[in-house]
Design a protein. Structure first.
Length: 261
């Protein structure tokens, strides 16, 4: 059935429940157990959207605060935009990534995200949650998913690349490539990855499959041109630079089947 997120009184609980409802991926000639040809519902995507944490600060007794980044279902408009034929492939290509012709872009989950600050005691979070804004300059967010319960996250291995599609306020999409880390404790597997975002809004998580394998896409480095004026001079000196975003992946300790907020 996917993940269930429930708010009861002063506690926000993220329950990981057994389930088996596969969700959609675009047609792929080399389908696998992690590549199911079934159209998703908005509910499917919401249940399979990972939650994130940031700015967790605790004292020597394990007491402190944490920013929880969680989601509600995406809108009907966003759902329709993402599930049009080749829509996600086109978004990724517009961001400069080279998607192979035979590749299948698989939607892992999607949600409309916001951030709230909670008190925490160890791995237990409590309080009603005070809404917080992403600070200027952005915020590193560690997302976590559980492939045992989130059907299309199954099959991802340590070091695999996934792509985060983030819809900006002007309606366009930015694409962030990141690498998943598989954390195992003998009870349940956890996939974690960290990305830096400067706003929260609709976010979709995808993997790209080719010949039954998760692939890392090539991307052209983006040339950025700027103009620098020398002090006391009216002449402009053009400064050409090439940049490529590098993302780090943090290790997240596995906290088991249930996370209490």
């Amino acid at each position: 059935m996917g993940n269930m997120k429930k708010l009861t009184g002063a506690a926000l609980a993220l329950m990981m429940l057994l389930g088996g409802t596969p969700i959609w991926a675009q047609t792929d000639d080399s389908s696998t157990s992690s590549d199911v040809d079934k159209s998703p519902t908005i509910t499917d995507l919401a249940q399979n959207a990972p939650f994130g944490e940031s700015n967790k600060v605790v004292d020597e007794n394990g007491l402190g605060t944490v920013t929880v980044v969680d989601s509600v279902a995406i809108s009907e408009k966003t759902y329709e935009e993402l599930t049009k034929p080749d829509a996600m492939k086109n978004i990724i290509e517009k961001a400069g990534f080279d998607v192979p012709k035979d590749a299948n872009v698989v939607l892992l989950g999607a949600g409309d995200y916001s951030a709230k600050e909670y008190f925490c005691s160890g791995n237990t979070y409590y309080g009603y949650g005070e809404p917080v804004e992403i600070p200027e300059g952005g915020m590193d967010i560690e997302f976590r998913a559980y492939p045992e319960y989130d059907e299309l996250w199954k099959g991802l291995q340590d070091g695999d690349s996934i792509y985060v599609l983030h819809q900006l306020k002007n309606g366009t999409w930015e694409v962030v490539e990141t690498t998943v880390q598989l954390n195992q404790d003998g009870v349940t597997d956890e996939l974690s990855f960290t990305i830096r975002l400067d706003s929260l809004s609709p976010i979709a998580f995808v993997k790209v499959m080719s010949d039954g394998t998760v692939v890392k896409l090539d991307k052209e480095e983006v040339e950025q041109t700027g103009t620098t004026l020398k002090p006391g001079s009216s002449s402009a000196v053009k400064n050409m630079s090439t940049t490529k975003q590098q993302l780090s992946v943090k290790k997240s300790p596995n906290t088991g089947f249930e996370k209490i907020f």
